[in-house]
Design a protein around this ligand. Structure first.
Ligand SMILES: [Zn+2]
Length: 367
């Protein structure tokens, strides 16, 4: 998706008083959680806040968990609230105590409000035509980085953090990626950028095709071909990988990730998992001297590194976005995001973005 939104179009528009269209997460009396279009109040920014007009707001697995009521109890969710924790936008107004941000600045933000409070998860987020956010959660978007890429930095930063934990990837490595959602596809991007040879595994033809466009050397359907190392050997001449990234959370894929790892291999489990029993050859861990670890989320400290990475490489992370849906169809965005056969990453955008035709249309990319 190479088009970029007209970034500064709306920068100087004064905020209207009252309410703006928003995508709301509600909880009914019977406990049913729904995500639907609605309105949210606009307030002037507090002294330490920015008032922001969003460009893009990512829909991610956490949003689906909120919808299904399957978030861990430790997340105290305030209902109703505005959806959206992965975003890019333009500063409309800076609070009186804010330094370093000005109207018109292009910004993105991490989501950590402190403790277990999260912007767009437990509290109001970015899927409103105007929203306020603490300035100390925000970063400038470098000139080299387009607004759609900026809204995908969160999963990119999660992957960067995980790969740092296992010592990174080099051009000497073969990398196997199991599961090609936003995490898996960002792992493909970082492995390809490092010069590694990348083999991917996912049942979805669209996701495999996207990974190939991003530079994967081979793509395998693990449902059709459960012998994943045999399939890798047939495609690449080498059955195993130096680095294995499991990004689906599926038990069978976790077992396959162990099989993928060569002697002294490093295995990174990133897929959000509902632990289930599945046959796995645990003796491989000892026999092949494997390092196995996991990584979840992106600590604040990794965000500037992720932003520098994308600016230095001029990566277009919009390549992994399959659909942009306007706020007025926010419920549809959540439905689409659950359809792995038709979607890679779903984005929300203000309706005006689409009406301008400046961003990608709200329909699917050709696939
Ligand atoms: Zn997320």
């Amino acid at each position: 998706m190479s088009e970029t939104v007209n970034d500064v179009r709306t920068a100087s528009v004064a905020p209207p008083l009252g309410t703006v269209p928003a995508v709301l997460v509600r909880k009914d009396a019977d406990g049913t959680v729904t995500v639907e279009p609605g309105t949210a109040p606009v307030t002037a920014p507090k002294p330490n806040e920015l008032l922001v007009r969003p460009a893009y707001v990512g829909v991610c697995g956490t949003d689906i968990e909120i919808l299904h009521g399957s978030m861990p109890e430790s997340f105290k969710i305030n209902y109703p609230h505005v959806l959206g924790h992965e975003w890019s936008g333009i500063v409309v107004e800076a609070g009186t105590a804010v330094e370093g941000f000005h109207p018109g600045d292009r910004v993105l933000g991490h989501g950590h409000l402190g403790g277990n409070d999260w912007f767009g998860v437990t509290h109001d987020g970015a899927a409103a035509e105007l929203f306020t956010v603490p300035a100390d959660m925000c970063f400038h978007i470098p000139d080299e980085v387009d607004m759609l890429t900026a809204a995908v930095i969160e999963p990119f930063a999660c992957v960067l953090n995980g790969l740092k934990k296992i010592g990174g990837i080099s051009a000497a490595d073969t990398v196997h990626v199991h599961g090609l959602g936003a995490i898996g596809l960002n792992a493909v991007i970082q492995a390809v950028t490092a010069g590694a040879e990348v083999v991917v595994f996912d049942p979805s033809p669209l996701r495999r095709e996207t990974a190939m466009k991003l530079g994967a050397a081979a793509a395998i359907n693990p449902v059709e071909t459960p012998d994943t190392t045999g399939a890798a050997a047939a495609a690449m001449g080498r059955p195993f990988a130096d680095v294995v990234i499991e990004a689906s959370g599926n038990s069978a894929a976790q077992a396959a990730a162990l099989e993928s790892a060569d002697h002294n291999g490093r295995v990174l489990l990133m897929g959000v998992s509902t632990p289930k029993f599945a046959p796995a050859r645990l003796g491989l861990v000892q026999e092949r001297n494997l390092l196995i670890t996991s990584s979840t989320g992106a600590p604040v400290a990794v965000w500037p590194a992720a932003i520098r990475y994308v600016a230095n490489t001029r990566l277009n992370l919009g390549e992994i976005v399959s659909t942009v849906v306007p706020f007025s169809r926010g419920d549809e965005a959540l439905q689409r995001a659950q359809d792995s056969s038709r979607e890679t990453k779903v984005m929300l955008a203000p309706d005006a973005t689409n009406a301008d035709g400046a961003a990608a249309s709200s329909t699917h990319k050709a696939n």
